[in-house]
Design a binder for this molecule. Sequence first.
Ligand code: SAM
Length: 264
Amino acid sequence: MMSITNTIIVCPICHLNLVELPQNCTICLNNFRNKITKIPENFIDLTPESIQTQSQKKSETKPLRTQLFRSQIIPLLYERILPPIWAMGLRNLGGMEVEFGEVKQFFGNDSEVVVDISCGSGIMARQLIKTGKYKQVIALDYSEFMLNELQQKMKQENIPLSKIMLIRGDVEMLPFADNSIEAIYSGAAMHCWPNTEQGINNIYRVLSTGGKLFATTFMKPLPSIVFRFFSVDELLNIMLKAGFVQESLEVEKRGVYGIIKCRK
Ligand SMILES: C[S@@+](CC[C@H](N)C(=O)[O-])C[C@H]1O[C@@H](n2cnc3c(N)ncnc32)[C@H](O)[C@@H]1O
């Protein structure tokens, strides 16, 4: 854990890690250092707004598609309601089991650190831990209630909390160093982010060269009323603009489910 906090984990604002950061940071007034050196009871809050000083904070609120998950009720119901519906084909015929098999195969055996971005209640992060294949599993979500739910599920499944690093963070200002992560999973999430382009740009920044991204989302013709749904071309454009190249990029539409597999 210590070496990860010295290398991979950085301040989401200035992108410096604990070693590089000046002793008395004049930008965040040591907020990042204080958070990262304190052992948290539940998760480390590395959202930009938790690091920024009062005068730096912007007053903008996140859109409904993001805020929805920051209620107590949705995280509580999430895994109780959705998996059987997904398994009927909304999210692959066969649901999460099928998705987990594909992710495991895509990541292969050469990734030590794997990050589940927008992990929600950790439906994939918990499976990744159970493989025992990764040195470190990091799970990041913007919703504190989703992260709490993830911890409850780990307890129920007897997975030690030491097996995971939990971060409250924003995909648009990730607290990870450039080129530092070998494998990222982000399931059913891009349609919930405030700005998908910015989220993917950030993921591109933190992936190491050759690093892999497995991301899924929902597609048109679902109507973009609360969430933002995509066409295959829109997804391809977002990925190419972020820097991914056509040869290492695959976007597949299965019904209203979209699956992106790519390498940086
Ligand atoms: C539909 S859930 C998906 C959960 C899980 N990955 C899964 O496969 O079921 C979408 C998640 O995206 C998270 N999210 C929304 N905006 C975010 C942001 N800006 N940064 C990080 N996570 C965000 C929400 O809190 C929510 O947990």
